[in-house]
Design a protein around this ligand. Structure first.
Ligand code: SAM
Length: 286
């Protein structure tokens, strides 16, 4: 089968020589499809991010199969071997620790490499924290931006925060519980405290929680609390037509200052002072 083949009429699964990207639960182990179970049972081997995690699913559904580890540390060595196995006619499933492989998880590189060898890939869809958080947030969900984890380097981080602050689309962000407070404060600084936001915690699990409504309220909610569990943040886009008369001038000034060597934070601070505004208001304008 080639890259351009039509995959509408499939034989019994799994087929030889195919890479299956298999979505697994993000918490509740019952969120796995019959099709995923069948694939995990019957492929030649299952490549998993962490064999211990995948064994939990395998045990729950009485699946036994060959597991190999496939993660960011060994992917360079493992990808050629997986491609060789697929070319020899094996069927292989890729799973990550939770959710959809390739979404902030191993899977992206292998898909690209396997595709470029003309080998077919079939996705067995499953849970994804981003989509689960988005559709339960009540925020506009037909058009959205998925940022994954924001960059750690401050300059890159501020660039994305700035984009979020002016985007009309809903943004989805992954964050660790340890860094949630920092992220919320940054979002408040860039988007203003009134921006609508939902923090989804422990989706599909026993202590699932959806905290809203705006950034100020959410900052307050998580203040002085031990934050644990897995977190996805959904931020509403800016309302269409939300426009400040000085926006274009300040934006131009800001660009000029950044080109002259100031950081985004320094430039905003300076412009805020000069225009009698709060730093967050400068961010918001642009
Ligand atoms: N591949 C996964 C997916 O499809 O969603 C994402 C893997 S990424 C390494 C892990 C991050 O996803 C977590 O740090 C958290 O931000 C988010 N996440 C995963 N499970 C979650 C859950 N049950 N509730 C909220 N967020 C979750």
């Amino acid at each position: 089968m080639t890259n351009n083949s039509i995959l509408s009429h499939r034989k019994e699964e799994p087929e030889n020589g195919i890479l299956y990207i298999v979505g697994t639960p993000i918490g509740n182990l019952n969120d796995i499809s019959q099709r995923a179970i069948n694939i995990l049972k019957n492929v030649s081997l299952v490549a998993c991010e962490d064999t211990r995690q995948t064994k939990k699913i395998m045990n729950k559904f009485n699946i036994s199969n060959n597991l190999i580890s496939f993660n960011e540390h060994n992917s360079l060595i493992k990808i050629p071997k997986i491609i060789k196995d697929l070319k020899e006619g094996k069927s292989i499933a890729i799973v990550s620790d939770a959710g959809m492989p390739g979404i902030c998880d191993p899977g992206e590189d292998i898909s690209r490499s396997v595709k470029s060898e003309g080998i077919d890939i079939i996705c067995i869809p499953g849970a994804c924290a981003a989509i689960t958080a988005l559709v339960s947030s009540g925020l506009p969900s037909s058009s959205f931006v998925f940022e994954g984890f924001l960059p750690k380097k401050q300059i890159n981080r501020e660039k994305i925060l700035l984009e979020i602050s002016k985007n009309e689309k809903t943004t989805i962000i992954y964050e660790s519980p340890k860094r949630l407070r920092k992220l919320l404060k940054e979002l408040r600084e860039f988007c203003g405290g009134n921006r609508e936001i939902i923090v989804a915690r422990e989706l599909t699990k026993k202590f699932e929680e959806h905290v809203g409504n705006n950034i100020n309220e959410v900052v307050e909610f998580f203040n002085n609390k031990d934050i644990i569990g897995e977190i996805t943040v959904v931020v509403r886009g800016i309302k269409k037509g939300d426009f400040h008369p000085d926006k274009l001038i300040i934006k131009k000034d800001l660009n000029d200052l950044i080109n002259a060597g100031l950081s985004l934070s320094e430039a905003s601070k300076y412009l805020a002072k000069r225009n009698g505004l709060k730093k967050s208001e400068v961010y918001n304008m642009i």
